[in-house]
Design a protein around this ligand. Structure first.
Ligand SMILES: C[S@@+](CC[C@H](N)C(=O)[O-])C[C@H]1O[C@@H](n2cnc3c(N)ncnc32)[C@H](O)[C@@H]1O
Length: 243
């Protein structure tokens, strides 16, 4: 389904302003101040319209949830859903996963969700995949040791590729399944997942646990503050977004 640019986006964002963290860099190392009793900080990359965000946060009021999304037209729907439920443990960043180390400090995040990220099927675009080794190394810089990346995708090729990437970046793989809902629906489904599931597409899932390494792998920042390809994609998506 194509999402048209919303003419009333600013007004809608304005109504959700209490959930939007407009300067995420200012919270680096201090996110828990948003919910001092939080037992965990959970971060979702590319939350889209936020079905998963809302339902997971509702089920876990003890956790602080931060959702990052680079397309405001999608994110505003997620924010409105949270407002409608009166959730107090969810906040949003209108930003890019490539900049996570600017937003979070070391050991700050307990659980990181990557749900149905763009597969970037062409080999020449492999570095853009959110489960590319370089991105997984980036996440090491914000996850605590023993912290988890919970990854779901409908795309089998991306999944098999990712299973190789996790160990290379120092994660132990666990809970690997190529048909998560084989014996009935498990866990909270995302907006995309619901659609794939209703078409009979098997859902792949795994969890990568961050292992302590004596020598941290080197993270290669993608050149520039925000890479060109992400900036142009963002603009393109804001005009006419696949969501
Ligand atoms: C295929 S959609 C999936 C949305 C949602 N997770 C779901 O499962 O329904 C991927 C989402 O990730 C967002 N996204 C992709 N790359 C991103 C990045 N580098 N940083 C933040 N968001 C990103 C896209 O804008 C899009 O909303």
């Amino acid at each position: 389904m194509r999402m048209r640019k919303k003419p009333n986006l600013s007004a809608r964002m304005e109504r959700c302003t209490s959930l939007l963290i407009s300067s995420p860099k200012d919270y680096r190392g201090h996110w828990r101040e948003l919910k001092p009793d939080a037992q965990e900080l959970r971060l979702e990359l590319g939350c889209g319209k936020g079905k998963f965000t809302v339902e997971t946060a509702e089920q876990h009021p003890e956790a602080l949830y931060i959702a990052i999304e680079r397309v405001p037209d999608a994110m505003v729907i997620a924010m409105e859903r949270c407002m409608a439920k009166g959730l107090k443990n969810v906040f949003f960043i209108d930003g890019d996963a490539a900049l996570l180390r600017d937003y979070f400090s070391g050991n700050e995040v307990d659980i990181l969700y990557i749900n149905f990220c763009d597969p970037w099927p062409s080999h020449k675009h492999a570095r853009r995949r959110l489960t590319h080794e370089n991105f997984l190394v980036l996440y090491r810089g914000i996850l605590r040791d023993g912290g988890e990346i919970r990854f779901k995708t409908d795309n089998r090729d991306l999944f098999e590729y990712s299973l190789f990437q996790f160990p290379k970046a120092g994660y132990k793989l666990t809970e690997v399944t190529r048909d998560l809902h084989a014996t009935g629906i498990k866990g909270v489904m995302t907006d995309y997942e619901e659609k794939f599931y209703s078409c009979g597409t098997p859902i792949n899932r795994c969890v990568g646990i961050k292992q302590h390494l004596a020598c941290e792998p080197e993270f290669h920042p993608i050149a520039g503050p925000v890479p060109d390809y992400l900036q142009s994609e963002t603009r393109k998506n804001q005009e006419n977004t696949d969501i």
